[in-house]
Design a binder for this molecule. Structure first.
Ligand SMILES: Cc1cc2nc3c(=O)[nH]c(=O)nc-3n(C[C@H](O)[C@H](O)[C@H](O)COP(=O)(O)OP(=O)(O)OC[C@H]3O[C@@H](n4cnc5c(N)ncnc54)[C@H](O)[C@@H]3O)c2cc1C
Length: 284
């Protein structure tokens, strides 16, 4: 359980991190909280030549309002997301998601950007980013770009992120009628199934619905059929449960592993979709 030898460098700015990534020619790795990367290195599943420490780059962490949007810096630790007054007011679903990650040690070291880049199929944030229709901000040698969450999560541990790029943060519109509900693995708290719902209610009916699902398949996805089923429905837990039917039955490529069988996961997708929608409606 000893990683291969590596060099260590601390980046002083995002530009410095990007320059160091380019210098290493794809053989370096960014180090944020180290909670996912270091275990991978110990197992020698990852053997970077250099670790580029980005945890203390000024301005890379923090939560702020920018015009009509909210921005969260990539190096923001889960604890800060969980306890943000701005998020409690403007987007409680994101704060409650962070509060349900792992344990206090993980929440105090692990970062938003690290979680998004690692893209564990059982990670919590991806479901909420999808429901919020958030964009992921990236910076690389060729400049900056913004990727919608629906395009960012592409497969098992695979996201739209170049080897020379760093995630600088996320951006989304405030969403008060939103919630996250998960069935979690008791030791790690990773999601066996996690569903985030962001709704708009007009005159007592659901006028818009976005649902993000994590834990069920190789990567987080939107639940388009369930979103369509919700629009036009009375904004009550009973009516939405009826409209949703059995959403777990329609999900493709459901995981079957030591934590849950495919059949159990499908059943839990249905249960936790109903719960997330009901919890979001309780905030309407
Ligand atoms: C015991 C335990 C329990 C956990 N429970 C949960 C849970 O319940 N739910 C959950 O969602 N997660 C859970 N996690 C994972 C946790 O959230 C990690 O913090 C997260 O996966 C990785 O964040 P990090 O900052 O530690 O990243 P690191 O380990 O430092 O990096 C992970 C990967 O991301 C890359 N990276 C880091 N930052 C950036 C960036 N800004 N731009 C580009 N690439 C970057 C690194 O190069 C590396 O490839 C758990 C972890 C542990 C150890």
């Amino acid at each position: 359980m000893i990683p291969s030898a590596f060099d260590y460098a601390r980046a002083t700015s995002v530009e410095d991190a990007v320059a160091k990534l380019a210098e290493a020619g794809g053989a370096a790795k960014l180090l944020a909280g180290g909670h996912s990367l270091v275990p991978m290195m110990k197992l020698r599943l990852n053997e970077p030549s250099t670790l580029i420490d980005i945890a203390r780059i000024p301005g890379l962490s923090g939560i702020r309002a920018d015009g009509d949007a909210i921005e969260v810096g990539a190096a923001t630790v889960h604890h800060e997301v969980a306890t943000s007054d701005l998020l409690a007011e403007q987007c409680p679903a994101l704060a409650e998601t962070a509060a349900a990650i792992g344990d206090p040690q993980v929440r105090n070291r692990g970062t938003l950007g690290g979680s998004l880049a690692h893209a564990d199929p059982a990670a919590d944030y991806p479901a909420v980013l999808l429901a919020l229709d958030a964009s992921v901000q990236l910076q690389g040698a060729n400049g900056t770009r913004s990727v919608n969450a629906s395009n960012f999560f592409q497969g098992l541990f695979t996201v739209d992120l170049g080897a020379d790029e760093i995630i600088t943060g996320i951006r989304f519109a405030p969403a008060k009628v939103a919630a996250y509900a998960k069935l979690y693995q008791r030791a790690s708290r990773f999601a066996i199934v996690g569903v985030a719902a962001a709704l708009e209610v007009t005159d007592g009916k659901i006028s818009s619905a976005r649902l993000g699902l994590t834990g069920a398949s190789t990567h987080a996805t939107r639940m388009s059929a369930s979103e369509a089923a919700l629009v036009g429905t009375d904004a009550t837990a009973e009516a939405t449960a009826e409209a949703l039917g059995d959403p777990g039955a329609g999900i493709e490529d459901v995981n079957d592993d030591l934590h849950a069988s495919e059949g159990y996961r499908r059943a839990m997708v249905s249960v936790f979709t109903r719960r997330a929608v009901a919890a979001a409606l309780a905030r309407a």
